[in-house]
Structures are given as structure tokens and as C-alpha cells.
Design a protein around this ligand. Structure first.
Ligand SMILES: [Mn+2]
Length: 437
């Protein structure tokens, strides 16, 4: 049996908005968090030690990470290389360069010839010699249309037809790899893919429109002893035979991952068998405090109570509260900031809710056709607050409608909208002000 560590979706360098500057290092604290999570994965691989490390793709937010971030990742994977632990780095959608093939942010490891590091940027089979014998790893990086189809082939086809054609191509290409496998060796498929039976999170939006979904049956082939997946940030087991697992991301990329446990997998693989153990990582908590204060007698007290009831120590916190416009003055932001001071970072997001909703004018039903002047008259009849300017508005509207469209509507000498702003009633309600704008 081989022992391997499977991790995925590092996204090193993302989520800075949830961090702050660490004055001691000059780094964003979220970069430090992500590095710490990755360091724990590599520590474990070395401590076991495992025979092989599989990375399921999405090392960075994009294919051109800043040198500082690129180096932070390299420092960790080079520890495996130094310990002669073979590592497969698969290319995810975030690692690919938008134009054409190659240039993926992980290809540098191949260019530099880093010992024991294999880069999976195409569909191919790697025979890898580990301390516990040989293993074959089929790498299936994120596929885009251009990696399997040419433009003339897709011309005039619908999205669904293109998708079917892509899957046909993939089926044939994968079949080719499978036929060349040595069926006496433990065999692993390492794929960065959106599998149709998975439960998605933010990655669905992050990858919008650029990829395609692969049916599970296409990957769940008996020739594979373990299918190591990447791309979906939520850890999940998709299949038992063969064992097919997303380890998920190693840190929370955004609030959509607030409830998800983060970690990596320790997997034992032999020919015809595999078992996996999910190992949670102690990552920074995210907390959402959501409270509707519109019915609260004292909104400040209610909001402070909601904050006090939440474990915010060292967490990334967002505090969402709903207020009536007349309650705005009752909120003391300074006191809220004080109450949130033990959070790692926090945001306060207030939403104003006007309780008296504006009703649609029954006279302006969808079935009746009104000319614009009639519509304006009906509107003004329902807005007594606008009565001081009603006559002027009607006159101006008639003039505008009667006008030759080529003429300057406000040319000198013509009637202009003429009324005294002093005549308007004093408006105190914010919602009324907004309606006037
Ligand atoms: Mn991905």
C-alpha cells in the first residue's frame, strides 16, 4: 500500500480583502493564513512521511502571481523535493494562462527541473517511482474548449452541442490513456474538474462560462484505484468504487465557505483498494452576524447583544443589520467598532428598510394604454407633495412632447421649467427624498 497526501485549491494570494497588513512582516494577514495552512499540509507529508503528494490544482488566483506569492508556494513544495517525496502539481483553471496552451503558473517547476516534481498541465500518464514502489498517475488538468476543439469545429454549434463534442473528445482521449495503463500497478486519476454530481460553492461563479461539467461515470472507471479531484472548494466524497474525493480548499477563500471544514486527505492506495482520512486544518473562522433591527425598541442594544452572542475572537466577521430609516441616528458606530475590536477584521453593512412600501398606482394598470401626459397627470394627482410644481411640470412636459426633436429643448426664449423650490414642502423622510431624486 502507498500512502499519499492529497490537497487542493490552495488559492494562495486570494482573499486579501478579509485580511489586514501585518506591520511586523509587511504581508497581508490572509496571505500568512494561507501559507500557514499549506505549511501544515507539507509538515504532515514530511512527518508521516507519505510516499507521494498530489495537488489537485488552483495554486493561485491567476496564472501570473506576484513573485512574493509564487515564492511562498515554492518554499513549501521545495521541502517535499528536498525530502525526495514525489509531488504532482496539477494545473487548475486559475493556474492557466488565458491565451493558448502553456505558460501555466506551475510550469516553472518543470522548466527549472525541480527534482521529484511533476507538472500535470495536459492529459497524460506519469509513472512515478516512490519509496513504496511504482504508481501511475493520470493527470487531467482543467480543460477549456480550446484544448480539445478548434474554432472551425465549433462554428454554428449551440453551447449544448459544443459541450457534447467536448465530452466525446475527452472520452476518446481518456480511453487512449486507459488502454496504455499497466494494470498491475496502483493507478490514480488526478483531475481538476467540475463533476456533475458535486455540490458547488463559490468556484461555480469563479469559473463561470469557461469550463464544462464532466459526468461522474466518465471518471469513475474500475481501472482507477483512487480518483483525486480538485476544483470544488467543499470537501466531499463523490464515489466509493473507485474512491473519488474532493479534499476542498485548504483555507476559506470567501464567506461562501464560512460553514465548511477545511483540510486535506491522507490516502492509502493499493491495486484494487483505497481508503482515505480527512484531516481538518485549524483555519481562521468566518462569522456572519445577521440581525433585523426594524422591530427592535433599541436597535443599538439589540445589535450589541447579537455581537456579544457571537464568537468573534480572531475571526473574519461581517455584521449585516437591517434598520428603519428613522433608526439610523440610534446607531453608535464607534461603540459597534469597539464591540468588534477582538475580531481579526470586520465589516459593518447596514441596509435601510422602508416599512411603508410604495404601492403601484391602480390607474396605471398594464392593460391600459395612456399617453405620456395622461400618465404624468395621474402620477401628479397621487403626489400631493408635488402640487406646487405640478402645473409647471405639465406645461414643460407638453412643450417637450410638442417639440421638434431636432431643436434644442432649452434654447433661450423658450419656456423652461420654472418654479420656486421654496414652494416645495419640507421633506424629512429619507425614503421621500429618494423618491424625489
Ligand atoms: Mn478550480
Amino acid at each position: 500500500m502507498l500512502k499519499l497526501l492529497h490537497l487542493s485549491d490552495i488559492h494562495l494570494g486570494s482573499g486579501f480583502i478579509h485580511g489586514r497588513l501585518n506591520p511586523d512582516t509587511g504581508l497581508n494577514t490572509r496571505l500568512e493564513d494561507f501559507i500557514a495552512a499549506l505549511t501544515l499540509c507539507i509538515d504532515r507529508a514530511l512527518a508521516e512521511p507519505v510516499d507521494l503528494v498530489l495537488f489537485g490544482g488552483d495554486a493561485f488566483p491567476d496564472a501570473t502571481p506576484p513573485p512574493l506569492v509564487q515564492q511562498a508556494l515554492a518554499q513549501q513544495f521545495c521541502r517535499l523535493s528536498a525530502a525526495s517525496i514525489p509531488t504532482v502539481l496539477l494545473v487548475g483553471n486559475h493556474d492557466q494562462h488565458a491565451q493558448g496552451l502553456g505558460g501555466a503558473s506551475l510550469s516553472i517547476y518543470r522548466t527549472l527541473g525541480v527534482p521529484d516534481v511533476v507538472v500535470g498541465d495536459r492529459l497524460e500518464t506519469h509513472r512515478i517511482q516512490t519509496r513504496n514502489g511504482p504508481v501511475q498517475v493520470v493527470t487531467l488538468p482543467w480543460l477549456t474548449r480550446s484544448s480539445l476543439l478548434t474554432r472551425p469545429e465549433t462554428e454554428g454549434l449551440s453551447m449544448a452541442q459544443v459541450s457534447d463534442l467536448l465530452l466525446d473528445r475527452l472520452r476518446v482521449a481518456l480511453e487512449g490513456e486507459i488502454r496504455r495503463l499497466d494494470d498491475t500497478l496502483p493507478t490514480i486519476l488526478l483531475a481538476h474538474a467540475m463533476v456533475d454530481t458535486a455540490t458547488y460553492g463559490a468556484e461555480r461563479f469563479l469559473a463561470a462560462g469557461r469550463g464544462f461539467t464532466i459526468p461522474m461515470a466518465l471518471l469513475a472507471r474500475p481501472c482507477f484505484d483512487y480518483v483525486a479531484l480538485g476544483h470544488v472548494h467543499r470537501h466531499q466524497i463523490l464515489c466509493q468504487h473507485p474512491l473519488m474525493i474532493y479534499p476542498g480548499s485548504i483555507e476559506r477563500v470567501d464567506f461562501s465557505e464560512e460553514q465548511e471544514e477545511k483540510g486535506y486527505l491522507l490516502v492509502q492506495v493499493g491495486r484494487g483498494q483505497a481508503t482515505a482520512e480527512f484531516c481538518p486544518l485549524p483555519v481562521r473562522p468566518f462569522r456572519t452576524i445577521q440581525v433585523d433591527l426594524t422591530a427592535a425598541e433599541d436597535p443599538q442594544v439589540a445589535l450589541l447583544a447579537a455581537i456579544a452572542a457571537t464568537e468573534i475572537n480572531g475571526a473574519v466577521v461581517r455584521c449585516l443589520y437591517i434598520l428603519r430609516p428613522d433608526q439610523v441616528d440610534q446607531i453608535d458606530l464607534g461603540a459597534l467598532e469597539e464591540a468588534l475590536a477582538s475580531a481579526h477584521t470586520y465589516t459593518l453593512q447596514a441596509e435601510l428598510k422602508t416599512l411603508t412600501q410604495r404601492s403601484r398606482l391602480p390607474e396605471l394598470g398594464t392593460d391600459s394604454r395612456l399617453d405620456p401626459l395622461e400618465a404624468l397627470a395621474t402620477y401628479l394627482a397621487n403626489r400631493p407633495d408635488l402640487s406646487p410644481m405640478a402645473t409647471a411640470m405639465m406645461a414643460t412636459a407638453s412643450a417637450l412632447i410638442a417639440q421638434d426633436p431636432d431643436e434644442d429643448p432649452l434654447a433661450p426664449g423658450e419656456d423652461t421649467l420654472n418654479f420656486d423650490l421654496e414652494d416645495l414642502p419640507e421633506v424629512t423622510d429619507t425614503s421621500q427624498q429618494l423618491r424625489l431624486l
